[in-house]
Design a binder for this molecule. Structure first.
Ligand code: 3HC
Length: 315
């Protein structure tokens, strides 16, 4: 088959909602878009462990500590699924980690903000994982097989993450005046960066056109952002939190909330590496990666020894 015929067959498979598997023909653009998105998704999961880990030793109860530990462990596992999915496209783990360390690969804007108190852990679970769920439920239908299967697995755990965050915010809103003020302050600091998680508006999104054509994305940035806003506002109102947006207005006909202007200058400043915690997040990752060298070497040595023993036994 000519390349043109292969591309036609590929797009027909996509149009019929079929999965593209690693061994199938795929245009270079499809492969590169996926390597970029999946590796950045994996980086986000792993870097996202840092802001929450900051509160493991400060959790207000043993139960809270257990839940937070379980959530952080889940995020690390999500990162591993996603790195493995990206590796099926021909990029190595080492290359992806190098791109992260050299600032050539992004991770989600949201993890560059500090976690100042326990209410932030609630806001992250409720808003950040809530936003991630909206995005990742949609990505379960992505056209690339390994990414879709990773998403189905990950989404099962995300709902627990979102519920435990909402439980923390609910408890604080039923607590003292100080606790209510802490929860509202966290809401005010995390709301807008959570809306930015869905990426630029569709008109400013360079990757969305191809991503929608190839069904890497099944819904656009703005469609998913709107879904998240419409779902989250009633949750906030139910526990007495105020959304920090004076322009919010519910359109009774569509059921959608109109919202205020997002500060895209802040978004682009943060994803360019100039957010409050970018340098700390990456340098911590570099240090722990270097400290963990001996574990990788030991695992590699064990694998080689086992392979050698199997070769001897089967010779
Ligand atoms: N943070 C950082 N960079 C972002 C971003 C964000 N929130 N949104 C967009 N960008 C970047 C894109 O990576 C792209 O830059 P690049 O060309 O250097 O990669 C640029 O801004 C243009 O944006 P596009 O909308 O054109 O890019 P995409 O088509 O990739 O759409 C996306 C952005 C919607 C985030 C998409 O990449 C996506 O769905 N990714 C998978 C989901 C994901 O990564 N979620 C991150 C959070 S993971 C998480 O929250 C874990 C949870 O368990 C806590």
């Amino acid at each position: 088959m000519s390349t043109e015929e292969k591309e036609q067959k590929f797009q027909a498979q996509i149009n019929e909602n079929g999965h593209i598997e690693p061994k199938d023909f795929m245009p270079d653009g499809y492969r590169h878009n996926l390597i970029r998105q999946i590796s950045q998704h994996a980086h986000s999961e792993v870097i996202g462990m840092q802001p929450e880990a900051n509160w493991i030793t400060r959790a207000p109860s043993l139960r809270a500590k257990q839940i937070l530990l379980a959530k952080i462990q889940d995020e690390g596992g999500h990162g591993l699924y996603l790195y493995s999915a990206a590796e099926t496209l021909g990029i190595s783990r080492e290359e992806m980690i190098e791109q992260l360390h050299e600032g050539k690969a992004k991770y989600s804007n949201i993890f560059n903000y500090p976690t100042l108190n326990w209410a932030d852990i609630g806001a992250i679970g409720w808003l950040v994982d809530g936003a991630a769920i909206v995005n990742q439920v949609s990505l379960q239908r992505t056209s690339f097989g390994p990414y879709s299967r990773a998403m189905i697995r990950i989404c099962k755990e995300e709902s627990f993450h979102q519920r435990q965050g909402y439980e923390i915010m609910t408890k604080m809103m039923r607590g003292t005046k100080d606790q209510q003020a802490m929860a509202q302050d966290a809401m005010n600091r995390w709301w807008w960066p959570a809306l930015m998680m869905f990426g630029p508006h569709d008109t400013d999104s360079p990757h969305s056109k191809d991503a929608m054509k190839w069904k890497i994305k099944r819904e656009t940035n703005d469609e998913l952002r709107q879904k998240f806003i419409d779902k989250t506002i009633p949750q906030a109102e139910l526990i007495g939190l105020t959304i920090p947006d004076g322009d919010l207005k519910l359109d009774a006909k569509t059921g959608h909330y109109a919202y205020g202007k997002i500060n895209w200058d802040e978004f682009y400043r943060v994803i360019a590496g100039n957010g409050p915690c970018n340098k700390q997040r990456v340098s911590h990752h570099v240090k722990t990666h270097e400290d963990g060298e001996w574990v990788r070497e030991a695992a590699q040595a064990y694998k080689q020894k086992r392979t050698h023993r199997e070769e001897v036994l089967t010779a």
